[in-house]
Design a protein around this ligand. Sequence first.
Ligand code: HEC
Ligand code: HEC
Ligand code: HEC
Ligand code: HEC
Ligand code: HEC
Length: 171
Amino acid sequence: MAAVLLVVLGVALVSRAQGPVVERRTPPPEGPSQPLPYSHRQHLELGLLECADCHVNPDRGRLMTFPDTDTCLSCHEAMPASAATLKRLESARVSSTPLPWTRVYRLADYVYWSHATHIGAAIACETCHGPVAERDVIALETNITTKRGCVTCHEARQVLSDCGDCHEPRQ
Ligand code: HEC
Ligand code: HEC
Ligand code: HEC
Ligand code: HEC
Ligand code: HEC
């Protein structure tokens, strides 16, 4: 019994010492309104899609990008039941303009950032963006766009802490 208690206490202490590296905002703020009421929860529940089907990291760089209209139409073209969505997607295709999604997570331009490095370090999307697959609307759920959101993890992992690692001039 005492041994079990010690183990439980030990686990609690360890997780407290590490702390939540990227902090959650609770309750999360409201997300922006979007050109279509696209829901991650509704789509990921289908069990047919993965993040990488819609978010790629071109040239292993800064951005994850948004899916092109054809990705959406690959299903919606055959779904006349959601007529309004289909109409909006088709007019985007006809005019060759991507849907104007409102960005939620955005860093100041003077911050050097790369998704590629962090995905390469096996950090899950959810660590920085929260439980996206459970969300109907994406909101700024964590403090990842603040310096504290970056530095707390870098300190915990003992990686880069020089000003020049995240700001100009970058060597
Ligand atoms: C794998 C197939 C698939 C892909 C890819 C897909 N959808 Fe859907 N979408 C669905 C299904 C299935 C539903 C649910 C219909 C229902 O339950 O009534 C849905 C529902 C929706 C809805 C809810 C309202 C409505 O019209 O039913 C919107 C809005 C939507 N999708 C937009 C998008 C957008 C934007 C994209 C591209 C970013 C996309 N979808 C990609 C299959 C897909
Ligand atoms: C069918 C395509 C599709 C899939 C699959 C998908 N997403 Fe998205 N994602 C979108 C679209 C469209 C938006 C823009 C609308 C919005 O913010 O909800 C978006 C927005 C986001 C954003 C907010 C970006 C910003 O800052 O504006 C994050 C974070 C994100 N997705 C993460 C994920 C993760 C993590 C997964 C896998 C669990 C995933 N997405 C799967 C289509 C997709
Ligand atoms: C270590 C934290 C971190 C991880 C891990 C992470 N992101 Fe991000 N994400 C960010 C930050 C910071 C931004 C804002 C970047 C900017 O403004 O240039 C962002 C922006 C985005 C955006 C919107 C703008 C764009 O095109 O980049 C999408 C979409 C996105 N992330 C999806 C994902 C997906 C999908 C994954 C997992 C494969 C993921 N992110 C993993 C921190 C992270
Ligand atoms: C959850 C942990 C975590 C968070 C949060 C995080 N990082 Fe990192 N970062 C790492 C790790 C681990 C590495 C080392 C990767 C390697 O060496 O392969 C790294 C490396 C880097 C590098 C050097 C590699 C490169 O791409 O040049 C920069 C710059 C960087 N991070 C910037 C940021 C910024 C800016 C933020 C906040 C927006 C941030 N990081 C948030 C874990 C994190
Ligand atoms: C791991 C990445 C990282 C490191 C290391 C880092 N910064 Fe930052 N810094 C950021 C981010 C992210 C922001 C944006 C903060 C925001 O918009 O809330 C920022 C913002 C700033 C700003 C704008 C004002 C402010 O505080 O919001 C200044 C000035 C600054 N940093 C100076 C420094 C100096 C000096 C160092 C070295 C002691 C340093 N930074 C180290 C990521 C970093």
